[in-house]
Design a protein around this ligand. Structure first.
Ligand code: ADP
Ligand code: MG
Length: 291
């Protein structure tokens, strides 16, 4: 198989400047067909901006995107969808008053003589839920379903639209541990079905659990891509923060438990440290708790 045929998505020299911050600086990255590719980096690293560009929601200042072998001149949301790219953002797109099945088919008409055929819609939704291995009643109102189920409905919606590349932006942020486990099982099924998954996270445990390869962004720059089974947490932290935490700070007594540590910084410079994290964005350094 020619090399190009194995690449589902190629991001080439993408840059994006926002007022006061270079969100992406000459980022190039290749996603292989059928892999689960984790995209990692601290808050503000540029992960969401990159996928919004792939989704056609944000225009880059420069750079190119290739889907398969096709160079996409100007990615728009419509084009991105047509090319089989689906993004599941943290803010789920649901109409709570409608049923699970109706939400699966939002934007996809299942019509019969101009009327929506509810029976077929529910049957097809049930089949997709079964394929995903999740127990959702197609006729249930979405308002009665957990966030995790609503996320599964979004995944089902992407499948109905024949998505080939599914991008999930920090999908675990709103889920309980058990729900994350279910989501991982769904991702495994998607992978088995040949879907390429880009999984954005800054949680180390998760990416080791779910991904084949890991790419790291830091301060808008592409740092590296690693095979998941050939790296470790210390190496990932090193690439994400750009220094060894334990070498920079004096040892601290262990925390009573792994409490999430949150640090909010705003243009902080001094003593070899230079953080320009646009004000108001907390930096999650929970992975920096001492193990
Ligand atoms: N619409 C926007 N306007 C201005 N700055 C933005 C906008 N979106 C993102 N940024 C900035 O770009 C940088 C990258 O943000 P983002 O892509 O959201 O990072 P991540 O998803 O890795 O946390 C951050 O400094 C962020 O504040
Ligand atoms: Mg983000």
């Amino acid at each position: 198989m020619a090399k190009e045929e194995t690449i589902a998505l190629k991001i080439s020299h993408i840059s994006k400047q926002y007022p006061g911050v270079k969100a992406l600086d000459d980022v190039s990255l290749e996603i292989r067909r059928g892999e689960v590719h984790a995209l990692m980096g601290e808050n503000g690293a540029g992960k969401s901006t990159l996928i919004k560009i792939v989704a056609g929601a944000v225009s880059p200042d420069s750079g190119e995107i290739f889907v398969g072998d096709t160079r996409i001149e100007a990615m728009t949301a419509k084009r991105s969808k047509e090319l089989g790219i689906a993004v599941i953002y943290q803010e789920l797109l649901m109409i709570p008053a409608l049923t699970a099945a109706e939400n699966v088919f939002l934007g996809t008409k299942v019509t019969q003589g101009g009327l929506v055929n509810h029976r077929e819609m529910e049957q097809r939704a049930a089949a997709i839920f079964e394929e995903l291995g999740v127990h959702i009643e197609p006729g249930a109102r979405v308002s009665s379903l957990s966030t995790a189920y609503q996320q599964m409905i979004e995944i089902a919606r992407a499948l109905v639209k024949n998505a080939k590349i599914l991008i999930m932006d920090e999908p675990s942020a709103m889920l309980t541990e058990d729900e994350v486990e279910t989501m991982f099982q769904v991702i495994a099924r998607l992978k088995a079905a040949g879907v390429t998954v880009i999984y954005i996270s800054h949680r180390l445990e998760e990416v080791f659990h779910i991904s084949d390869r890991i790419s790291i962004l830091r301060d808008g720059r592409y740092i590296t891509t690693l095979e998941t089974d050939k790296t470790n947490k210390a190496e990932l932290i090193h690439y994400m923060v750009g220094r060894e935490l334990h070498q920079t700070f004096p040892p601290r007594p262990p925390l009573p438990e792994r409490l999430p540590v949150r640090l909010e910084v705003c243009r902080f410079t001094g003593n070899g440290v230079n953080i320009d994290n646009s004000c108001g964005h907390p930096v999650d350094i929970s992975y920096a708790t001492f193990e």
